[in-house]
Design a protein around this ligand. Sequence first.
Ligand code: 5GP
Length: 397
Amino acid sequence: MEIEEIAAVDLANILHPTAGRKTAENGELLEPHASIYPYDVKLDYGDVLLVPGTATSVASRKDVDLCSSVEFSGQEQVRYEGVPVMAANMDGVGSLAMARALAEHRIFTCLAKTHTTSALVEFFRSDERLRDYSAVTIGLRPENIQVFREVSDALGGLGYACLDVANGHTMRFVEFVGRFRKEFPNTVIIAGNVATPEQTSFLAEAGADLIKVGIGAGSVCETRIKTGVGYPQLSAVLECAAAARAVDAKIVADGGCTCPGDVAKALAAGASFVMLGGMFAGHREGGGKIVASRFASGEVDAEGRPVIRERRFVQFYGMSSQLANEKHFDGLKPWKTSEGREVLLPFKPSLGDTLRDLLGGLRSTCTYVGAKSISKLPERARFVRCHDTHNRVFENM
Ligand code: 5GP
């Protein structure tokens, strides 16, 4: 990948809390205050565009292959053959119905953590192919790993596990990944979330195959507002993908995609998969609550009576929101604040239309940059920094 105007990824150029600060012989910091370093400005998807190639050879969008073949180092028995997109393990997205529908299009789903052992076993038994396109997601709670164990035992093993915590930067999480690796040596581990190359390397060395990258970028995430913590997503993807490559691991770019173009940018930046929450939310398949709202449209019918129209919305919320805590964790504990928001999205009647938009966009990206297949995107991609990505003149009509 070539990058115009963006300095090439330089792992030495990553902020480190102790870099450049005086330490005593025992390693203790002598300047215990935070520092800001004069490094590059870090970038989001909205800060760049992909540059069209020159005299490229991919003539038609229908010639582009959107399926990648992803191998996982040391996991010969599992190979992913499909579109490198994942539905997020969120309520309203990571449902069993969504996973079934997306698997038809060879798209992967990280199932929400809330499915029971029996529902998961029945799901996987109903169609062999679902094992290739779905991961059981668990958190750090002992009852979560127990669910994974039971499902795996019932099915004679599972191909994929998603180990998901809000903050994947703790030693506790690294150790959890290490223990999981030992217990399930033949399962591909998707683990996160993190946003730095150092922590990406730690998780890979602990046994994660695919590191989930993204802190605070999500559509219903409030972490950056509540904590001030985060890392601009495009730079996180570029830097963490480079760190993962160095140790034979791969990354999933998780959160912050607002349109198919952002998904293309994440893949071009080196992500092996892109995880989507908001872009897949709002469909019936997600299982979220559908709310109808009736309103006077301002028109009148033939008899002069006001026309009442109905609009449907779907409830969608962050998994660290107050609502998610109430639904799944007996409410928000007194020492915590909500780090997710709750929104009503316009109901999207057709998942097929959403997929056509997404997959059609990705095919088109490939033709512009001259990539015959989606896996060639990083080789062909050049980014240019910009101040505004598109014309907004009719956006608020
Ligand atoms: P999206 O595609 O909607 O922009 O981002 C989806 C990602 O947002 C999820 O995969 C997850 O990593 C993250 N996320 C989901 N819920 C929350 C939340 O309540 N708080 C935070 N900080 N992140 C969330």
